[in-house]
Design a protein around this ligand. Structure first.
Ligand code: AMP
Length: 143
């Protein structure tokens, strides 16, 4: 999808926001939701999304973007406390040629461990929901 496309209300994250698809929830407030990536590139791969519809960083209201980024920082801190990684990668893709596969704004939080591998973006295997829920609870407890 190009950067100029319209928002698809049936994208997978919109369905998660409407409760039509389950997720391993880490945190939510009235404006944002954070949950575990179902195809994690590393153990602890977490996502942060706004509740309002926007496809990417470029078409997001700046005040909402501020809150999403602030929440991303807060969740990354909790990931650090909960999982004790050696590093954390934050990524965000805009448009299919840039690597975006779900067209609802989101930030990736990827814990990294010295010597550990990171699977390629959008190529992983679906993780076990119980394992994701345990990770989500651990991160939530560190908030
Ligand atoms: P991107 O490619 O940056 O648009 O990222 C989309 C992310 O959503 C990928 O990392 C996928 O693994 C993840 N994803 C896709 N479907 C789901 C789902 N049902 N629940 C949680 N994460 C998902």
């Amino acid at each position: 999808m190009s950067l100029n496309g319209t928002y698809d209300p049936d994208n997978i994250f919109a369905k998660i926001l409407r409760g039509e698809i389950p997720c391993a929830k880490v945190y939510e407030d009235d404006q944002v939701l954070s949950f575990m990536d179902a195809f994690p590139q590393t153990s602890g791969h977490t996502l942060v999304i706004p509740k309002t519809p926007s496809r990417n960083l470029l078409d997001t209201d700046p005040d909402m973007l501020t809150h999403v980024i602030h929440t991303t920082q807060t969740i990354a801190s909790a990931v650090k406390t909960a999982l004790d990684p050696d590093g954390i990668v934050i990524t965000q893709f805009n448009g299919a040629p840039a690597g975006q596969t779900v067209f609802h704004l989101h930030f990736h939080i990827l814990p990294r461990y010295t010597g550990g591998q990171m699977r390629d973006h959008a190529s992983g295997q679906m993780a076990d929901m119980d394992v994701l829920k345990q990770l989500a609870a651990k991160i939530n407890a560190a908030l």
